[in-house]
Design a protein around this ligand. Sequence first.
Ligand SMILES: Nc1nc2c(c(=O)[nH]1)N[C@H]1C(S)=C(S)[C@@H](COP(=O)(O)OP(=O)(O)OC[C@H]3O[C@@H](n4cnc5c(N)ncnc54)[C@H](O)[C@@H]3O)O[C@H]1N2
Ligand code: MOO
Length: 426
Amino acid sequence: MTIHQAIASPGCGCDRRDMLHPLISIDEALTLIAADATPVGRTEATSLDSAFGRILTQPVRSRSMAPSFDNAAMDGYAIGTSALTGLGPWALRVVARMPAGQDSATVIEGTSAARIFTGAPIPKGADSVVMQEDVVRDGDVIHLSRRPVAGLNIRVAGSDMAKGATVLDKGRRLGPREIAACAAAGAGILRVRRRLRVALLVTGDEVRRAGGAREAAQIWDVNTPMLEASLARAGIEIVASAHGADNLSGLVHQLGEMAAQADLVITTGGISVGEEDHVKPAVMALDGETLFSGVAIKPGKPVTLGRIGKAHWLGLPGNPVSAFVTFQVFGTALIRSLTGEATGAPTRRHVVTATEIRRKPGRCELRPATLAGFDPHGREIAHFEDATHSARVGLLPLADGLMFLPADADNLSAGALVEFQPFCQS
Ligand SMILES: Nc1nc2c(c(=O)[nH]1)N[C@H]1C(S)=C(S)[C@@H](COP(=O)(O)OP(=O)(O)OC[C@H]3O[C@@H](n4cnc5c(N)ncnc54)[C@H](O)[C@@H]3O)O[C@H]1N2
Ligand code: MOO
């Protein structure tokens, strides 16, 4: 039984069908982004200590075996197991001391042992390291009651990385884990894509700097700080961030200047259908083009992708939750394509809904949701508000990601399986 006629429109109230401007699906929009946005050309060298957040343009290969020599995994005694005849216990004379970082010509022969510390090279003749807790030491002699196996507590050369092994493929974003692997591989200089130049134009006559003076009917700017924070990572350079008035000639001037210096221009506001919405006309006045305009989602329906000259243009709606959601879904995918990041669009996983959902079908709803543990079958549960509100950011900090409610679903029972995209940094 369908129940959607009984449902009021509690969200942004923008569900009416618009036959003049057919909407495309999320996946169609993501396909267009992937086809249009090829990585910016230039690459550059960077040292490992400033590589965080950058995208590799060449694979990283290990310069030597890792570890490069057999070494002790424990503080203890290096011994040769073949000298342990009979059933024990055995007494071994300590003939050398081997701290980490010191090369040594020590050779272990017969029932002798070397005092050894974690990370120190294994001396010739030794094939086992016995933890100091497992011996009794008496002067220069250690007493051993249990036979250690060969190889015990030895980190074998090359067991982590072979020489020349590909440690990372090109297209990887360098986070702490990747940087650790590069360091172990001896990769001090890396080839990465140059920073993506992004310009931000937040429009609206009513918009004033957050926390600053404002008059009645004026609002604090949420989109500039939210998007600057979303773009704050090492592979991105914000080359301009400005406020634009609802004025065609002013926007033409600002967008023209931004497009000349940026790979990507992101705008917010001014892309709906009212006569105060001047962003699209301004792009057209600059001989820009539109790849898509309008996606069948809620919130964020008017999201638009295009070009202004050589620059890509992503037009986000003015409503802050709509701008945030569309940046998460499309902005992130676009930036990953432009920076050549191999992961592509952010991945989604399945979660189950915490409670029943009644909604008006028509557009796929991207509803901020909070993860709340697991159900008895081990499936992750997502909590959510009763509706999606494109202008209410108060509860956004509580959400972990976006729940995708299918376009045609008018009633989902508690425990329904839905897609979930965790929030991510661009
Ligand atoms: N007749 C129709 N009206 C609207 C439609 C429609 O299809 N037909 N779509 C609605 C939808 S959906 C959205 S989303 C908005 C998008 O409009 P714009 O992108 O043109 O955005 P604005 O009108 O400039 O602003 C919308 C809203 O957001 C507030 N805003 C804008 N910028 C900021 C900012 N930086 N920080 C905080 N809040 C901001 C602005 O004051 C408006 O309230 O259009 C619907 N209308
Ligand atoms: O008000 Mo709109 O579709 O919610 O972004």
